[in-house]
Design a protein around this ligand. Structure first.
Ligand code: FE2
Ligand code: FE2
Length: 152
């Protein structure tokens, strides 16, 4: 499985949840948020433990810089997810924060797909991207199972 395809498929799935949450009634928004949270946590985990370290160890300066910026943005996003979970029953706080989370993640995804991924595509062979994607897919499944064991 190609690593970039795997990540883009995740991005599309989160965007689908974002769109649904933007028009959903209040009660449904909260349930959707917890789906968004778990998708983003799994995606961020796989990027942070496999994809980004590979870019930092084998990428050129541009990729290393883009990756450092992306890691900072993930930290911000995870803070946000925690805050949102804490205020999820208070619509007056929850809804504006959710709008901000969606904005920030869309910006992050735009940078990954617009700058980082094209640079990765140039630098890595198709075989290397397939090998990376297979490792990421396995880790994704392992993480989801362990997350379900802990929180489910
Ligand atoms: Fe990311
Ligand atoms: Fe991503």
């Amino acid at each position: 499985m190609n690593a970039l395809k795997l990540l883009i498929t995740d991005h599309k799935e989160v965007e689908r949840l974002f769109k649904e949450s933007e028009t959903a009634p209040r009660a449904r928004k909260r349930a959707l948020f917890f789906e968004i949270k778990s998708s983003l946590e799994t995606h961020a985990w796989v990027e942070e433990t496999i994809f980004y370290p590979t870019l930092q160890s084998t990428g050129d300066k541009k990729l290393v810089d883009l990756t450092s910026e992306a890691i900072q943005e993930h930290i911000g996003m995870k803070c946000f997810l925690g805050e949102l979970a804490a205020v999820s029953t208070d619509a007056s706080k929850f809804e504006p924060l959710l709008t901000k989370l969606i904005q920030d993640v869309r910006h992050h995804v735009k940078e990954e797909e617009g700058e980082m991924f094209p640079a990765v595509q140039k630098r890595f062979s198709a075989d290397a991207l397939d090998e990376l994607g297979t490792r990421m897919q396995m880790e994704k499944e392992r993480f989801q199972l362990s997350a379900e064991t802990i929180y489910g």
